[in-house]
Write a protein that binds this ligand. Sequence first.
Ligand code: COA
Length: 171
Amino acid sequence: MKNIAVYPGSFDPCTNGHLDIIERASSIFDEVIVAILINSKKTPVFSIDERKMMLETATAGLSNVRVDFFDGLLVNYMKKVSAKVVVRGLRATSDFEYEFQMALMNKKLYCDIETVFMTTSSENFFLSSSVIKEIAGYGGKIDGLVPPSVKDFIINKIIAQEGDYGCTRID
Ligand code: COA
């Protein structure tokens, strides 16, 4: 039986922090499904199709990784794809309380699943999708913070969105 792990998140947009977790998870599990949450509570900058395209481009070299999306409860999605492991990255102690609660609640909802936490590499410790959007929105450089294959797509989309506010690109 294949050991399938699901790495869920918003990925708005994906960062090097996410990619680091995906790469490391792909070396441990038979298959990793990167599952983008369709979250009606958040107003994403990037559409589901754009986020899927960015993740597929960034993970193109990883043959056991595929990208999908879901709405509703994560546990229902896990059942649908026959996965028993949730992968989450832990950046700092501030992530812990939220992640701990989510892992316990998911276990309560579906006792067969386990959450595996991977510590984020030190160079990505300070990264988040919001920080990327803020830097790019003010024209700052995001080199080394997001996968190179999707960097320009991210910048162009954010600049196009913020163009009305006089945002300029600094190269
Ligand atoms: N490196 C860098 N940044 C990281 C990171 C890493 N390794 N891991 C997370 N982040 C950042 C993200 O960029 C994001 O930044 P932002 O807040 O600036 O956008 C932030 O951490 C949190 O993002 P994410 O990992 O996408 O979590 P989320 O809170 O958006 O989504 C789900 C978490 C999808 C797992 C959760 O909401 C879920 O399962 N929802 C489905 C409904 C459900 O089942 N609910 C019951 C759960 S108990």
